[in-house]
Design a protein around this ligand. Sequence first.
Ligand SMILES: [Zn+2]
Ligand SMILES: [Zn+2]
Length: 148
Amino acid sequence: MTDPANESATEITGRCYCGATQIRATQKPTAIAYCHCTDCRRATGAPVAAFAAFDETAVTFIPNEGRSVSANPGVTRTFCETCGSPLAGRYEYLPGQVYVALGVLDQADDLPPQLHAHEAHRLKWLHINDGLERIATSSRSQLLNSVD
Ligand SMILES: [Zn+2]
Ligand SMILES: [Zn+2]
């Protein structure tokens, strides 16, 4: 996340746990966020999830995006068909964007989150000592603004 002028010329790669699913993104993320909501916690199995938002057209899943699961209206999550790794989420209220699980990206070390969403649901014992903005509920408005 350096010079915004360079944002179009990049390649971000990733893969699931077993390697059956590869990910390529041709643009940098439009936003990166932690999500402390209980759905993300269950979907990832981790105490907190983190996602990088991309323009849907910039991301390719090879050979495909795996298994698609919709446990809540308006939200679709995808998982590697073979190993079940969480790959991505799509939200009806964030059209045109795909939220790729940060931990499956090869460049995750260079993609620091910018905010904490659903801070109100954070596990009490989980303390991430950063100065990032914390939003009690959905970060919908911030995430929408970030792509304008
Ligand atoms: Zn896999
Ligand atoms: Zn969440």
